[in-house]
Write a protein that binds this ligand. Sequence first.
Ligand SMILES: NC(=O)c1ccc[n+]([C@@H]2O[C@H](COP(=O)([O-])OP(=O)(O)OC[C@H]3O[C@@H](n4cnc5c(N)ncnc54)[C@H](OP(=O)(O)O)[C@@H]3O)[C@@H](O)[C@H]2O)c1
Length: 322
Amino acid sequence: MNPSPSGPVLVTGATGRHGGTGPHLVHRLLEEGRRVRVLARRPGPRTRALEARGAEVVAGDLHDRRSLLEALAGVESAYFTYPIDAGVIAAAANYAAAVRESGQSVRTVVMSMGPAQPDHPSDRGRDQWLAEQVLMWGGLDVLVLRVTAAFHENIPLLHAASVAERGVIRNCFGDSRVPWINGSDAGELAVAALLHPERFDGPVCYPPGAEQLDHTAVAALVGALIGKPVRYEPVDRDTWRRELVQLSERDGAGVVNPDMAGHISAVAAAMAADGPTRPADPDALRALLGREPLTLADYLPTARHAFLTGDIETEPTAGART
Ligand SMILES: NC(=O)c1ccc[n+]([C@@H]2O[C@H](COP(=O)([O-])OP(=O)(O)OC[C@H]3O[C@@H](n4cnc5c(N)ncnc54)[C@H](OP(=O)(O)O)[C@@H]3O)[C@@H](O)[C@H]2O)c1
């Protein structure tokens, strides 16, 4: 696989609001002098901001194969991401069919996660694995980044309301030491995979987290940040899933959704039982990124307002460090 020197890079997920890997890619690829084309479902302030930075925006939906053909015209490399929500298998099938129909060879970097395994207890993990199989069965030139760490951005997203209201973080990770990575570093892995493919073994690789912290340590960091005690309270898988479903009713942007609730509670319960599948490895992550990874202590101050107010902050952090 060779990096594309000329055609635009097609970026999906560029309006992202959870990990925000897509907007990070747009920002960094433009900074690196690459042409960027964004696939976006609908126009709005986020697409206008991307255009103002110099990206071309094309309307399209991964659930509408026909809309992908215009977006793929002249494209030699692309970034494929999909939120933690139902529908990733159909999205991948549409994308693979459109690439084949375009007749082009499109080197595609896929954002994925450790739980993308055929027998993972999470439905979304198994779906992500099958989506990646579909891309490979379609004969696409793919590099799949199964990031084996949780995004820092999960912490305010899932816990800011309970921290602000009751000074507590509740979940079913138990005392497992969770590997963590910042969403912008996950995005930077994809930038590196596009610009420096020699750093990655493909077609599937497992980039590690930057550090490991259990939720008692996370609660202590959040408490120090907001200047009030925050405690960690373990709950069982079903209790946490139900609490997240309730939280999803307060999240108008749909980032916390019932599918995500089922996924993250399954991942957490598996980690509590068996530990992380791969330990954090800051040296290996640094080598892939070509720079120092962000730590949780670096990131948390950007989420201070959310922990104080309980507002679920779904703005992307893209470009925050660049
Ligand atoms: N969260 C974690 O802890 C974690 C850890 C490791 C790996 N990951 C991986 O990260 C990935 C998510 O990346 P992210 O956090 O950057 O995503 P994100 O911020 O949640 O953004 C999702 C993007 O996908 C777009 N989208 C949704 N449905 C679409 C459709 N039908 N067609 C076209 N675009 C669509 C959304 O657009 P709209 O603005 O239109 O909604 C948005 O731009 C997941 O696949 C997961 O495997 C996550």
